[in-house]
Write a protein that binds this ligand. Structure first.
Ligand SMILES: [Zn+2]
Length: 301
């Protein structure tokens, strides 16, 4: 009996370690925003090294959510819904993201050996893109007619977008924008429907970022009795965010947009019936409905 129990515990651990992610990233402690750049220094000390998958498998710590969004924010966030929820025009949110997680791609540039910066416009582009992907997937899955307007807006976002040296992580930035540019160029020739275009857009981004995820060997896996285990690694952090999203979608765990009109942030629902990202949004939406009803009744009288 004792032996059986041991094996079961061991099996569980091995199963979990099958998804070890071995790539860590440096966070950007004590950074600040200046002239459209997030400036700081990379310390590479142990406490400032991040493994995003720790926050994917466990709930996101409340103190991180509070540091970025304040006390009132939702608890139902994982790394990519948190990233998508950031308002890149809000310095507090941007700086706190960098303080806890660092740069979303390898585009950190060095002023001196330790001082470095990251362009805010690149950060904003990544946030916008992941929101686009979430919006398109949601619309495609629900068969919403709004896909026309959504794709119209997305194509406009890229209009005049110059691929290339905007992003220091050249291959990633150019790869994505070229692929997308190609797709958008074909719209008129191929007469793609907005739904097909949306599908193509999401595919282009996933294809690009997921091709960056690859298996590797973790030589001493504690959970596997210090034996070698299969693990995963990736290039920039942004690839991991897309990978997490891909894992969730294919496991039937779709992120959802908060139904509160004033919020509209994506969150990770625990149950399929959850419509609001937090209790405050639920309460506000209820109040809003109540006032609307009152007003309607008054107008009617
Ligand atoms: Zn909300």
């Amino acid at each position: 009996m004792q032996l059986m129990k041991k094996t079961m515990v061991g099996e569980k651990l091995i199963q979990k370690s099958g998804f070890n992610f071995v790539r860590n990233y440096p966070s950007f402690p004590l950074c600040h925003l200046q002239d459209g750049r997030i400036c700081g220094s990379l310390t590479l000390s142990k406490e400032h090294i991040v493994n995003l998958f720790e926050y994917y498998e466990r709930p996101m710590p409340r103190e991180i959510i509070t540091a970025i969004f304040g006390e009132m924010a939702s608890d139902k966030l994982n790394p990519y819904t948190l990233f998508a929820s950031i308002d890149s025009n809000n310095p507090q949110q941007v700086v706190q993201w960098f303080t806890h997680f660092g740069a979303p791609d390898g585009n950190v540039r060095f002023d001196t050996q330790e001082e470095c910066y990251y362009p805010l416009e690149v950060f904003a582009k990544h946030v916008r893109e992941i929101n686009n992907v979430l919006t398109v997937i949601e619309a495609l899955q629900s068969g919403a007619e709004s896909i026309d307007a959504i794709m119209d807006d997305i194509v406009k976002q890229y209009h005049g977008y110059i691929p290339g040296h905007i992003c220091g992580y050249k291959e990633i930035a150019e790869g994505v924008s070229d692929q997308i540019k190609d797709l958008f160029n074909k719209v008129n020739i191929l007469d793609l429907s907005p739904a097909d275009l949306g599908q193509g857009y999401v595919d282009a981004l996933f294809q690009h970022y997921l091709s960056d995820i690859c298996p590797c060997i973790m030589w001493r896996d504690k959970a596997n009795g210090n034996q070698p285990s299969l693990a995963w690694t990736s290039g920039p952090m942004i690839s991991q965010l897309y990978f997490m999203l891909a894992l969730d979608i294919t496991a039937g765990k779709m992120p959802r947009k908060c139904m509160n009109d004033k919020c509209h942030r994506y969150f990770t629902p625990a149950r399929s019936s959850t419509r609001y990202c937090c209790d405050i949004c639920k309460e506000r939406a209820k109040q809003h409905r109540h006032y609307k009803r009152l007003k309607n009744e008054q107008d009617y009288q």
